[in-house]
Design a protein around this ligand. Sequence first.
Ligand code: SOE
Length: 371
Amino acid sequence: MKTLGIGLLGTGFMGKAHTQAYRSIPIYMGDINPRLIAIYGRSPGKTRDVAEKYGYLKYYTDWLELIKDNGVEVVDNSLPNFLHHDPSVSAAEEGKPIICEKPLARNLEEALDMVRAVEKAGVIHGVIFNKRWFPSIRLAKKLIEDGVIGKVSHFRFAYHQDWASRSRVMTWRFKRKLAGYGVLGDQGSHVIDMIRFLIGDFSRVLGRSRIALGERFGEDGAREKVDVEDVITILVEMENRAIGTVEVSRFSLGRKNYFTFEIYGEEGALYFDMERLNELWVYTRAPPEVEGFKRILVTEGEHPFYKYFWPAGHTIGWVESFTLQLYYFLKAVEEDREYSPNFRDGAKVNAVMDAVYESLEEGRFIEVKEI
Ligand code: SOE
């Protein structure tokens, strides 16, 4: 089995999900063995503990030292948004393949700089958009590409969570300087990538946003100002003339990780809800007495990727999307071929988000920059 040395930047929520994925790759896929070489975190105590618990051989509190470690063959950047650019560029300069969490950058300019760095260095690069990797989403893509629902005419995408209404704590996610965007970057980037993946490129966008809670409490108990949105709605026009709406919020009480879409074509329709991620609802024309949406349980060996997992009906969960995407990234590294979604895809999402921000200021539709 081919082994590849992993250097993981980040000990948080995403560091945990990625580690779980790396550890399960040899069990599910069986032809690649990621070796957990080193992990980086800011705090020595926490990072040492996490390294021991997760099984990393070493830990660092300086990310550049991890990147330069000879045993690290692949760099995984699971740090907060304000630490996507510098470590990813350094990894490229060291000639190491780099996979970075979403959103790729805090704005388009920063994203393009990252694209230039990886392309100049000629390293394999990827951006984490894990939701692309659910078997149900791959089936949706196949059905659209095979023309099963005909030409897409319109759609509705929504991604609602409620954690920001349950806590008043200040974190980097509420600061534009650190996060780049509010909920648009955190959850909206997933939606924008998914629309690009399933339907195509964006032409124009018009957004409206709200900061639901203007002040939050910092670590020392002091009030701090929130300067990025908690809720955003966007009207979308696509290059292929489809139109749609997008709603994204972290302030929707009762909604935990509610990522959902409806896509309507000339011959049929699709419906997905991530809280039931093994299912895809499909409508195709039928005799009137049996017309209706059909629930497809996407767990057959014939369904995309399902062969790696369990017998039919023994469903998978959210973390398996990370297993799949990191596996395909490592395969791309092993075989020295391009990976998708890559930094260019990440930058295209930044282009859409920057256009949305411009439309918030200008109060009109803004064309998305081609890159
Ligand atoms: C928090 O809103 C969050 O963890 C996002 O940052 C992730 O990208 C998303 O997958 C789940 O929600």
